[in-house]
Write a protein that binds this ligand. Structure first.
Ligand SMILES: Cc1ncc(COP(=O)(O)O)c(C=O)c1O
Length: 383
């Protein structure tokens, strides 16, 4: 599809608004759940229900094409190869599987992550201690945007490092590719969590240089829940031996020899037992839509809207970097005024949809949000 952006980077939202199920609210919760594409119902019917209703044999051959479509859409989105992606239910579960698959090395037992990571990451890391790992958590006040911080903390005792591409609580965009490069030079396995960047920050996996990425379709990709994904660098797949396996992790799922398990040669070794299809049918369609609109355009539009809001604000503490290149798609604002409760009420009355975390309210405009919506929110925040 073609969209035209103005010199300010804004895209005429009317060109895309028909593609999504929108209503008259001001929806800024795209860091949580992106809006549903209008075509979703038709896709569910054609790719999931109809094969089940009408196929002469069982629907698996048609259902499995959904997974191919999902992996191909991800491959186009991230400039990568489809065979290096494996569907995962969500990021937490994908991370557990990944950590359990790492080769054990007694001299490298530590996992590094940050207090700014999404809590799920910390929960998974702590459980990994039961597998013999140790954990090290960077305190929240350290500047994860500074590559020198990572230079100091990527010690030789690390087995793996988890890097949130964009932090859920501040929207800070970490220098992920530099961190991955450092990790690689030091023999540390790097995992990048792209939950808050996929769909709003362009990502080229060749350029990122990670050993693995974990993502979710539900946020900026507008792909609904249950369609997470994992990507494994082709040169690392062979060394990873997941514990959580099933017949779809087998090189030949139809070998049916209970005494012989052979890992799938690709990232699909992380797949497991009989896969779910429906969430991936929904997500594949959404990712195709996002990819056709173009993540670079979405980024431009989002940056223009968030920049405009930043420029219009009189007070309030911005807990997100001012520099567009250092933030993801969300603005986090601490409403430090005695009008706070009234402002929150006014936002609610104007049907502005946002949420609140420790560092403030989160506002995340997507391609279907408009400059008028930003101006209205700015007016309320300044009132
Ligand atoms: C950065 C980040 N990572 C991970 C998650 C959640 O991961 P999961 O897919 O396991 O629910 C979120 C959810 O908001 C997130 O923002």
């Amino acid at each position: 599809m073609t969209t035209h952006s103005s010199r300010s980077g804004l895209i005429d939202s009317s060109l895309v608004e028909d593609m999504f199920c929108l209503n008259d609210d001001i929806y800024f919760l795209n860091h949580s759940v992106g809006k549903m594409p209008r075509s979703t119902e038709t896709i569910i019917k054609s790719s999931y229900l109809q094969p089940w209703q009408t196929s002469e044999g069982d629907p698996w051959p048609q259902w499995l094409t959904v997974i191919d479509k999902f992996r191909q859409a991800l491959a186009r989105l991230f400039s990568a190869n489809a065979e290096d992606f494996c569907p995962q239910t969500n990021i937490s579960s994908g991370l557990s599987k990944l950590l359990a698959s790492l080769p054990l090395d007694k001299s490298r037992k530590t996992l590094l992550y940050s207090e700014n990571d999404f809590p799920s990451i910390g929960f998974v890391m702590e459980q990994a201690r039961r597998m013999g790992f140790e954990t090290r958590c960077l305190p929240a006040d350290l500047n994860t945007l500074d590559i020198n911080l990572w230079e100091q903390h990527l010690h030789q005792d690390l087995a793996a490092v988890l890097i949130a591409h964009s932090h859920f609580n501040t929207s800070k965009l970490t220098p992920a590719s530099d961190i991955c490069q450092l990790a690689r030079d030091r023999g540390i396995f790097s995992v990048v969590d792209v939950a808050q960047s996929a769909g709003v920050v362009p990502i080229d996996l060749q350029q990122l240089g990670a050993d693995a990425i974990l993502g979710s379709s539900v946020k900026w990709l507008c792909g609904g829940s249950g369609a997470g994904f994992m990507w494994i660098a082709p040169d690392k797949v062979e060394s990873l031996k997941p514990l959580d396996v099933g017949w779809f992790s087998h090189r030949d799922p139809f070998e049916f020899d209970i005494h012989h398990f052979d890992y799938h040669q690709s990232a699909l070794r992380f797949w497991g037992g009989t896969p779910s299809i429906l969430p991936y049918a929904v997500a594949a369609n959404s990712i195709e839509i996002i990819e056709k609109i173009g993540v670079a355009k979405i980024r431009q539009h989002n940056s223009a809207l968030t920049q405009r809001l930043i420029e219009k604000l009189n007070d309030h503490t911005l807990n997100t970097p001012k520099d567009t290149t250092k933030r993801g798609g969300t603005l986090v604002l601490d409403l430090n005024t005695h009008h706070r409760d009234r402002i929150l009420q006014d936002l609610e009355n104007a049907k502005v949809r946002f949420d609140q975390r420790t560092l403030g309210i989160r506002l995340s405009p997507h391609i279907y949000n408009t400059i008028d919506q930003i101006d209205l929110v700015a007016e309320i925040l300044n009132s």
